[in-house]
Write a protein that binds this ligand. Sequence first.
Ligand SMILES: [Ca+2]
Ligand SMILES: [Ca+2]
Length: 126
Amino acid sequence: MTLLAAGAISSAPSAQAAQSDCASGRACVWSAYDYHNDFLQGWAAWTYCFDDFNDGWNINDKGSSFYNNGNSETAYVYQYKNAGGPRISRPPKSGYKDLNTVHFNDRASSGYFSSRINDVGSFACR
Ligand SMILES: [Ca+2]
Ligand SMILES: [Ca+2]
C-alpha cells in the first residue's frame, strides 16, 4: 500500500452515504447530520490526516457530522486548515451526529489522528 492510497480521500456525494461508508481505521466528516451528505455536498475521510478540506469535494466548512472509526487513536477536527484554530475530538468508535451540539457545525477544515498532528504539511496529509 502506498502513502497516496492510505492518505486523505474525499468522494462525491451519493444517496447511500452513511456511517457504514467510513471504513474501519478511518475518520470521516459528512456534510449533513446523522452521517449523511447534503444534496450536492460531499464528505471527507482520512486514514492519517487531511490538511485542507478544500481539496475534497465540496466539504470545507460544510461538515455537520463526524465519526472516528479508528481503532486506537483519538481523532481531531480543526476549524482551519493545517490543524489551525479550535478543535474537537472523539475517541475511537464514537462520533458526533450533529456538530451543532459542540458548536462546530459547518466549520471543519482539517482532520487528524492523534499521532499525525505533527505531520501537518506532509505528503501523508494531502
Ligand atoms: Ca453541513
Ligand atoms: Ca473552517
